[in-house]
Unconditional design. Structure first.
Length: 303
């Protein structure tokens, strides 16, 4: 005899009834499913690295164990030990403490670079895409093409030479070289959104000019630009470290990561930790932000 089963709940068979607007439930569920898929060992490791970077940038005194600028002539080039976790440099300074204090400089300079590229590049791409094929778009895109034609590192070096050698000026230079990337992406997003049916409907009901840009185009283009911003953050750290290594940033005794690599290049064989420690920090940071960018891109694609 077949057992009598209770009638299924209203809605899709096999699904539990959920309260709330259907569209909101769909977006929230998709976002949570995406987040759960991305929680891999690599994502967890990237999260730990980013958390440590944030803590070191905001409160370096909590993590450092020595004065990053105080030399100890009797403790030169010591290998990693219990007293000096990552060893000492050629002046006897604690490499671990210098690494911690250099984190804030790298993060702040990367923020400056990304902010310049994001604001200026997005504005250029937004204006060019909205008035595509007009004179203003042609002028802006030729400016972007000029930036793209010059290698980013070479352009950054030229700007630093004009502004002066410092980490802040290096950040400004890297930000200027990133304008073209943001402008191209924003323009392509604007052109894609302008072809969507809902934007044509908005224009039919009277949306024009600034209202059309701010209310309909920008909110739908922000997700791709946000993912690029996170990706460019890691690239900015790498570029600024490269400029500091070449001598275009703050001079020693700055604890900036690129300066530490430059100081250790003469001790690769006698004290390899001087180069290895800041180099690993740079690589780990860039990889962590690359992972975060992929996570942000997939998560926001469901909005």
């Amino acid at each position: 005899m077949t057992a009598l089963l209770p009638p299924p709940a209203a809605g899709t068979p096999g699904e539990e009834p959920v309260s709330g607007p259907p569209a909101a439930r769909s977006r929230t569920g998709a976002a949570w499913r995406t987040a759960s898929r991305r929680v891999t060992p690599g994502a967890v490791a990237a999260g730990v690295v980013l958390a440590v970077i944030a803590l070191a940038a905001l409160a370096p005194g909590l993590l450092s164990t020595h004065d990053p600028f105080e030399p100890h002539p009797d403790q030169v080039l010591l290998a990693p030990s219990g007293s000096y976790w990552l060893g000492t440099d050629y002046l006897g300074r604690d490499i671990y403490s210098r690494l911690v204090h250099g984190t804030g400089m790298s993060v702040v300079s990367a923020l400056i670079a990304v902010a310049i590229g994001l604001v200026a590049g997005s504005a250029i791409g937004l204006v060019g895409g909205h008035w595509a094929d007009r004179a203003i778009d042609v002028v802006l895109m030729r400016f972007v093409d000029t930036l793209l034609a010059i290698p980013g590192l070479l352009l950054s070096m030229a700007i630093v030479v004009a502004l002066g050698f410092s980490t802040v000026n290096a950040a400004v230079a890297v930000g200027v070289s990133a304008i073209a990337v943001f402008a191209r992406l924003m323009r392509s997003e604007v052109l894609r959104i302008k072809r969507l049916p809902y934007l044509e409907a908005a224009e039919l009901v009277g949306a024009r000019g600034r209202a059309l840009l701010l209310s309909h185009i920008v909110p739908n283009a922000w997700s791709s630009v946000l993912a690029l911003s996170v990706l460019q953050f890691g690239a900015a750290i790498l570029s600024i470290a490269a400029l500091a290594f070449l001598g275009y940033g703050d001079p020693p005794p700055s604890p900036e990561w690129g300066v530490q690599v430059s100081e250790g290049k003469n001790y690769v064989f006698s004290a390899p930790w001087m180069v290895a420690v800041p180099s690993v920090a740079i690589v780990a940071t860039v990889l962590a932000f690359n992972r975060l960018s992929a996570f942000v891109e997939e998560l926001t694609s469901h909005d």
